[in-house]
Design a protein around this ligand. Structure first.
Ligand code: HEM
Length: 489
């Protein structure tokens, strides 16, 4: 009996050892790997950012982790991230193709497309179309100002009262990108926008959450009715809404006279015909959703962080307002070009982006071939996690790496300077495609609102809690704001 138990125990142990992943030769170091689970017990499933930092301290700027059986390399610090994503861009610009997010997006769209001709064509197309629709030109500014009017209306209705700005900023960011994509905006209580923003925010949280980690680590659970199924339902809802919009566009469009991104894509489809190109209607639907998703949660969470810090640092808010009043004296609207005369406001907005750390682990990359980084060998197909957090608060790169302080972006003469470690949009060929749009939105919205209103942390709101809620994007905890009209108006 005893011998049988020992034998059984040995068999089980042997089987477990067969499942234990091993680091390939000369692979970056990392914590001991457990069979089946890999290193997921090394990471808090609620918010692993502190664990990533602890591991960096133990193993250095390039270390490895196993997400279940899958190896991943975490890259930290400005020099390493630049070396990988810029100097060795061709080796490090792929995207993993076997994750929860790939299943959710049916392997279509641009954000998660692998590094290759389809991604390249679609990225080029989006950049060109955004430019044609006035990115950097007045028409995009007009669109953003059009949306700001609605934010102002919402705030004016709340003068003297407390309001929660979450939905307002989410809907505003969503509407700006909706106008580019679909040529339309939605009232803040419109069913379409409410559903789509809810689906996006829920999916952003689910995607970096514990159930997704389980989905990616243990493939046999994928078909089980676990909480991640909600993300698939949300994705289907969004796809059918986008599908409806594309169908409407097909009925009303005049070929060659595009009104928006969807029309441009349909024109491009006509031009290409069925010549085996990567453009298709299915791609268009996922692509539009990709851009909408990427442009909503990111910009709105940055704005939410900004107003949280501006309210709780009234002296910084007032200094911005003084600069804004001076530069815009006699002008009806702020233009994007006015930023060149507002070094302090520029410094504050950049500092907000640094502290907001909106996309803390970037979007995961993947090696496209066997390669090397800092003397380590990394095989083709290895998941790469660019830890942007480690750059945005890297000691030695910032005057005040761990506090909110616009001085991080000002030189001794009070001029605006942008340190190289400012990488909230990542770096290299996969760098954020909407950077130009996002920067314009952040500047025009912040300046217009600060010019018109004073934002106050309500007396009964207690101490502000700056700890963000973790997800693909970091979100400030819900808060209330009080608004007053400024006397200078
Ligand atoms: C404050 C706002 C924003 C931040 C902080 C941000 C940040 C990022 C980051 C870190 C990435 C990953 C880059 C990489 O993989 O290395 C990314 C990718 C991307 N972003 Fe943004 N983003 C913002 C706004 C926007 C907007 C407004 C749009 C819409 C036009 C957008 C569209 C995209 C797209 C399409 C990608 C994927 C690019 C590719 O894979 O080639 N983003 N963004």
């Amino acid at each position: 009996m005893f011998a049988t138990i020992i034998l059984l125990w040995l068999c089980v142990w042997f089987i477990i050892l067969q499942f234990k992943s091993k680091r390939p030769k000369n692979f970056p170091p990392g914590p001991p790997i457990l069979p089946v689970l890999g290193n997921i017990l090394n990471l808090s499933l609620e918010n692993p950012l502190k664990d990533f930092e602890k591991l960096r301290k133990s193993y250095g700027n390039v270390y490895s982790l196993f997400i279940g059986p899958k190896p991943a390399v975490v890259i930290n610090g400005m020099n390493v991230i630049k070396e990988a994503l810029m100097t060795k861009a061709n080796d490090f610009s792929g995207r993993p193709q076997d994750l929860f997010v790939n299943d959710i997006t049916k392997r279509k769209g641009v954000i998660l497309a692998d590094y290759g001709p389809s991604w390249r064509e679609h990225r080029r197309f989006a950049l060109m179309t955004l430019r044609n629709f006035g990115l950097g030109k007045n028409s995009m500014e007009e669109r953003i100002h059009g949306e700001i009017k609605h934010i102002i209306n919402t705030l004016e209705k709340s003068i003297g009262k407390s309001l929660t700005p979450q939905v307002m900023f989410h809907n505003a960011a969503s509407n700006i990108i909706c106008q580019v994509l679909f040529g339309t905006r939605y009232e803040y209580d419109d069913e379409f926008i409410r559903v789509i923003v809810r689906c996006f925010t829920e999916n952003a949280k689910i995607t970096n959450g514990p159930w997704t980690m389980l989905y990616d680590s243990v493939p046999i659970v994928r078909k089980l009715p676990l909480p991640f199924t909600k993300a698939f339902k949300n994705a289907e809802t969004c796809q059918s809404l986008a599908n409806r919009l594309v169908t409407e566009h097909k009925k009303t469009r005049v070929p060659g006279e595009p009104r928006d991104f969807v029309d441009c894509y349909l024109d491009e489809l006509d031009k290409r015909g069925s010549d085996g190109s990567s453009f298709s209607e299915e791609q268009l639907i996922m692509y539009a959703l990709d851009l909408h998703f990427a442009g909503t949660d990111t910009t709105s969470n940055t704005l939410l962080t900004g107003f949280l810090y501006l309210m709780t640092n009234p002296h910084i808010q007032e200094r911005c307002q003084q600069e804004i009043d001076k530069v815009l004296e006699g002008k009806e609207w702020v233009g994007f070009d006015d930023r060149h005369n507002m070094p302090y406001v520029q410094a504050v907005i950049h500092e907000v982006q640094r502290i907001a750390n909106t996309v803390p682990l970037s979007v995961f990359h993947c090696t496209t071939k066997d390669t090397e980084l800092m003397g380590y060998s990394i095989p083709k197909g290895t998941m790469i996690i660019p830890n942007l957090t480690s750059v945005l608060n890297e000691e030695g790169q910032w005057k005040f790496p761990h506090e909110f302080n616009p001085e991080n972006f000002l030189n001794d003469q009070g001029e605006f300077v942008k340190p190289e470690a400012f990488m909230p949009f990542s770096a290299g060929p996969r760098m954020c495609l909407g950077e130009g749009l996002a920067r314009m939105e952040l500047f025009l919205i912040t300046v217009t609102l600060l010019r018109k209103f004073k934002f106050i942390w309500p007396e009964d709101a207690g101490e502000p809690d700056y700890t963000p809620v973790y997800g693909v994007t970091l979100t400030p905890k819900p808060y209330y704001m009080k608004v007053q009209l400024r006397a200078t108006q």
